[in-house]
Design a protein around this ligand. Structure first.
Ligand code: PLP
Length: 240
């Protein structure tokens, strides 16, 4: 290529691609440098393309979060195998088998039935799958998860004690979608308190997954050890 065609390329629409690469990388860098040591960043890549994920990968990101098993599976097949895939969405039991061979962490475990299915499929794959129990902290009715009483009942149950291929690595929670920052803070604080309480009884409890693009700074201030951030890295999603 001679110098004049390089000059043309630099001003062609192709430069748009370069700008977007820079921006995923820069967004990652900005967020990473704002996180205290010990807080892990999961880049939420749902609805985003393999190319966009690769841009983040090339910037050093290895943890990615998806909310649909089928979508995650396609991306797992297409992308480098050292990526850690996080299932952050509501899990359908009949699809657990598809992710059991490779999923790194399941964030949204909200029933003993689901945990049993993960245990079974993990066993079939010769794995122990790390799971987070989803705790309901928001005021909204629609959010999944255990409340403190349900959590107690499940953890005390005989069946729970028999599971051998799941590791309860922590808790996950989502705050109410509201402008009221003090409410969000109080919800995260309540989850952190519950986490501390259970840490004395569940030795593997280490991860507290809370905080998204809009509220991760509050979550980190309240003790989050893992944030799930999508739109602040990849830009707004067109569909959900
Ligand atoms: C989509 C999603 C996120 C990321 O949301 P952003 O606002 O884009 O950062 C985090 N957690 C869960 C469970 C999600 O479904």
């Amino acid at each position: 290529m001679n110098s004049s065609s390089r000059g043309t390329a630099a001003t062609s629409p192709g430069t748009k691609k370069v700008r977007s690469t820079m921006s995923i990388k820069q967004n990652l860098h900005t967020i990473q440098s704002s996180l205290p040591e010990g807080v892990r960043l999961v880049a939420v890549s749902k609805t985003k393309s393999v190319e966009e994920i690769l841009e983040a990968y090339q910037a050093g990101q290895r943890d990615f979060g998806e909310n649909k098993i089928q979508e995650m599976h396609g991306k797992w097949e297409a992308l480098p195998k050292d990526i850690q895939w996080h299932m952050i969405g509501h899990v359908q039991r009949n699809k657990v088998k598809y992710m059991a061979p490779y999923v790194a962490l399941v964030h949204g475990v909200d029933s003993l039935k689901l945990l049993r299915e993960i245990d079974k499929r993990a066993g079939q794959n010769g794995r122990v799958i790390s799971c987070l129990l989803q705790v309901h902290i928001a005021q909204e009715e629609s959010k999944f998860g255990f409340d403190a009483t349900e959590l107690e009942a499940m953890i005390q149950s005989e069946e729970f004690g028999k599971l051998t291929h799941v590791k309860i690595a922590g808790f996950m929670g989502m705050a109410t979608f509201t402008e009221n920052q003090e409410q969000v803070r109080a919800e995260f604080r309540s989850l952190k308190a519950l986490f501390n309480q259970w840490q004395a009884r569940l030795p593997d409890l280490q991860i507290l997954s809370m905080g998204m693009s809009g509220d991760y700074k509050i979550a980190v201030a309240e003790g989050s050890t893992m944030v799930r951030i999508g739109s602040s890295i990849f830009g707004a999603r067109d569909n959900h």
